[in-house]
Design a protein around this ligand. Structure first.
Ligand SMILES: [Fe+2]
Length: 364
């Protein structure tokens, strides 16, 4: 299967992976031949990349680190609890039931199980979900990334659970904000941005009153926009004043925001977002060791993505090097002059150190 941008999607292309809604139901199944109206609908729903069947990559299977079942049931749990909060008359005073807290814990245990079982670099664009509410999908993604990064940093199970629960609820304060500001398609005014910033405090207030959620998880929500150099909000904490769990979450939060399609900006590819994180570490916003750890945890070039090399050859990423995820194995499909190759051949970028990826073709 090959990963392509929705903008390059043509009627007749065959889906290689199902597309889900955020309630976990299948929107389009694998092997469906796409029609023009399906493609338009997916665009409207904010889908920007797809896996399709393709001759050059027919032997390439992209396996999820987080199983489809885990992800679907996680999306359902989040959807149910978060929607309950949104619909309740006094959002602030909503108390999560013990049953809801237990299902979040069980869900997070399944995520941890999957992460520990599959120690491969995390392929990021594999599960394609549409979502009507950005906060829902974002919460799950940040929880998965934070857990993966925390495992990489050697955190123990108790710590992982606190980070995971904190991450699942880190933006819960956004549910308390006026929807017209939260979903505003245009650039926010300064006053509106001040209101958005309040979500960190609102989340903390909400979470610290919940039975079954630790105060530390609540503090993660409070501190996830703080930055190491003091430039963050709401309190402008610095360095060690920020809890180490919240520092992990900050990196993952920014990464997911950058790699997601938003109304006001197109999604970046993973390697572009990682570059921004490096710049952030250079500015003193993030801890360098966390940004490095994160880079080693994810697949910077997702399997199936089309890349252009500095030799001019064009190919598809078909495998990772566990130790050097930024230097994958590329199957060449086109010569530098644009002609298709007669026979595909592969270049292992971890061995050919003078060959670089200079372009990624999936999202244009
Ligand atoms: Fe946030």
């Amino acid at each position: 299967m090959r990963l392509i941008s929705i903008t390059r999607c043509q009627p007749g292309m065959v889906l290689a992976k199902p597309i889900y809604t955020d309630t976990g139901t299948v929107l389009l199944n694998r092997d469906v031949s796409l029609t023009d109206s399906m493609i338009q609908r997916l665009k409207q729903k904010g889908i920007n990349t797809l896996y399709i069947r393709d001759k050059a990559t027919e032997d390439i299977e992209v396996n999820e680190v987080i199983s489809e079942e885990t992800r679907r049931s996680a999306m359902k749990t989040i959807h149910q609890s978060f929607t309950d909060i949104i619909l309740s008359e006094q959002k602030w005073k909503t108390r999560l039931s013990m049953q809801a807290v237990t299902s979040f814990r069980t869900m997070f245990e399944s995520i941890l199980y999957d992460l520990k079982k599959n120690r491969n670099a995390m392929n990021l664009l594999t599960n394609i979900y549409t979502h009507d509410n950005y906060v829902y999908a974002h919460s799950l993604n940040v929880a998965i990334y934070s857990a993966a990064l925390a495992i990489q940093q050697g955190y123990n199970d108790k710590e992982l659970t606190e980070i995971g629960i904190g991450a699942l609820f880190h933006d819960i304060g956004k549910l308390m904000l006026p929807e017209e500001i939260l979903n505003k398609p245009d650039r926010l005014t300064e006053d509106e941005f001040e209101i958005i910033k309040k979500h960190a405090e609102y989340g903390f207030e909400f979470l610290r009153n919940q039975d079954g959620i630790s105060l530390l998880s609540a503090h993660c929500a409070y501190q996830h926009h703080e930055r190491m150099n003091g430039s963050g909000y709401p309190r402008g904490l610095k360095g060690d004043e920020i809890h180490r769990f919240a520092r992990v979450m900050a990196v993952c939060d920014v990464f997911d925001a950058l790699t997601t399609n938003r109304v006001y900006r197109k999604a970046m590819l993973p390697h572009e977002a990682v570059e921004i994180l490096y710049t952030g570490a250079g500015d003193g916003q993030f801890e360098s060791k966390l940004v490095e750890g994160f880079r080693d945890t994810i697949a910077i070039y997702p399997l199936g993505i089309t890349v252009v090399l500095n030799t001019g050859e064009v190919g598809v990423v078909v495998d990772y090097n566990r130790r050097l995820p930024s230097r994958p194995i590329v199957r060449i499909t086109k010569h530098p002059d644009g002609r298709d190759v007669d026979k595909y051949y592969e270049i292992d970028l971890s061995k050919e150190l003078t060959i670089m990826i200079v372009g990624c073709d999936a999202i244009i």
